[in-house]
Design a protein around this ligand. Structure first.
Ligand code: HEM
Length: 414
């Protein structure tokens, strides 16, 4: 085993406070960093991260059996391979693209308008806690066909499940709490699934209930795992990306002014946000055989974490990587939400995010709606910006002031 590099740990408070400060050293000096307390390796160069994510023979998703399956109550897409993965992924993709996506954009707009309305006359909103979190959950519940009246309870269960997956070292008490959340969510979903089997609608749960794999309908357990998969995968990165987009635009007033003048620039601003501060910072894999990298060897069987934040700022791939610039020539906005994306915020290879088109539509729709409403938008006086999270990372809060908008029924309907 490789000894720990003296004094440096990805699990330290110093790293958690600002991982971006440490990325250059990791890429340059510790490109295959070993963390003994969790017996795991961390790769940080763009080339190495892409290799781990796309070499499906050399690196598997076996780690998810421990990291996700207990709370997902069954195997998630990222664990599947071959025909099963292709077939089930196709079913899920169908729920988020084409006509389904077209209909969902209207629901996205309606959810956003309803949630922002009470804050407009006040001229102040916490874009993370008042708006982004409930918004991302509401939109996901709409897609799944779950009742928004239950959103607080579902959000609480969801946060226990997400905690299990995204905490590197969980205490036994927290583990128990997360398992309880998963069991309660399962108990909530079973009767809904049974009802949708009898009377399917046009929501994703109904699609999963009526779809067949190998001529056989999916079991409740398989459907629950996929519903959990979408719930966890869709909600968390979306609210973080939205808040990060506003943070970066406020920090870069010239780019904010440009986007206000020309909302067609929003996809570029969103893509650059995803490159600059990807909300999913770590993706785990298991080395299936010894893997030699420039800078170290990962032994067969070991867990490897791909450091997406570090890869997205690799100067080998992005010029001046620590600058937020939606006009950067190496961003490739047209490809940024596809399998050919240069940034790795959506992962890469077979398990690349299925929600890329949906995420783009969701964030673009909301940002295009909010920007004209939040006139003179700025950080609230005394607001201190803080990010949290090692696995998924985003602002703890984002308190914004803007010119108050008098209540008006027509505006509320927008
Ligand atoms: C900005 C928003 C988003 C980001 C940054 C993001 C990021 C990611 C990443 C990094 C992965 C790869 C995980 C791996 O390789 O193990 C992934 C997978 C996935 N994402 Fe997203 N995601 C976002 C939004 C969404 C949305 C809105 C949905 C659903 C509508 C979604 C559904 C999924 C699913 C189901 C997978 C598993 C795919 C598979 O294993 O085949 N994501 N996402």
């Amino acid at each position: 085993m490789v000894p720990a590099e003296s004094g440096f740990s990805i699990l330290s408070d110093d790293f958690a406070a600002d991982p971006y400060r440490h990325f250059p050293r990791l890429r340059e000096q510790l490109p295959v960093h070993y963390e003994p307390s969790i017996n795991s390796y961390f790769v940080s160069r763009h080339h190495d991260v892409k290799r781990v994510l796309t070499d499906h023979e050399g690196f598997s998703t076996e780690t998810l059996q421990e990291r996700a399956e207990p709370v997902m109550r069954g195997p998630v897409l990222a664990q599947m391979t071959g025909a099963e993965h292709t077939a089930k992924r196709k079913i899920v993709v169908r729920g988020f693209t084409g006509q389904a996506l077209h209909d969902q954009v209207r629901a996205i707009h309606a959810n956003a308008a309803e949630l922002i309305a009470p804050f407009l006359p006040q001229g102040r909103v916490d874009l993370v806690n008042d708006f982004g979190k409930p918004f991302a959950v509401h939109v996901t519940l709409d897609v799944l066909g779950l009742d928004k009246a239950d959103s607080r309870q579902i959000a609480a269960w969801h946060s226990g499940i997400a905690e299990f997956i995204t905490t590197i070292a969980l205490t036994p008490e927290r583990r128990r709490h997360c398992m309880t959340c998963a069991e309660e969510l399962e108990a909530y979903l079973v009767p809904i699934i049974e009802q949708r089997r009898r009377r399917p609608g046009d929501d994703l749960i109904s699609m999963l209930c009526t779809a067949e794999f190998d001529g056989i309908a999916m079991s409740n357990r398989e459907i629950i795992a996929l519903v959990n998969n979408v719930l966890v995968a869709a909600a968390e990165p979306a609210d973080k990306t939205l808040a990060l987009l506003f943070k970066h635009l406020i920090d870069h007033p010239a780019q904010l002014a440009e986007v206000r003048r020309d909302p067609a620039l929003l996809p570029a601003a969103i893509a650059e946000t995803l490159r600059y501060t990807p909300p999913v910072q770590l993706i785990p894999r298991q080395a299936e055989r010894d893997a030699v990298f420039a800078g170290g060897t990962v032994p067969a069987g070991a867990t490897v974490f791909c450091m997406i934040g570090a890869a997205n700022r690799d100067p080998e791939v992005f010029a001046a990587p620590d600058a937020f610039d939606m006009h950067r020539p190496d961003l490739g906005t047209a490809r940024a939400f596809t399998a050919a994306a240069q940034h790795l915020a959506f992962g890469a290879g077979l398990h690349q995010c299925v929600g890329t088109a949906f995420a783009r539509a969701e964030i673009e729709t909301v940002a295009a709606m909010l920007l004209p409403l939040l006139d003179e938008v700025r950080f609230s006086e005394g607001f201190r910006y803080l990010e949290a999270g090692l696995y998924t990372r985003g602002p703890v809060s984002l308190s914004l002031d803007f010119t108050p908008v008098p209540p008006s029924p027509s505006r509320r309907r927008q």
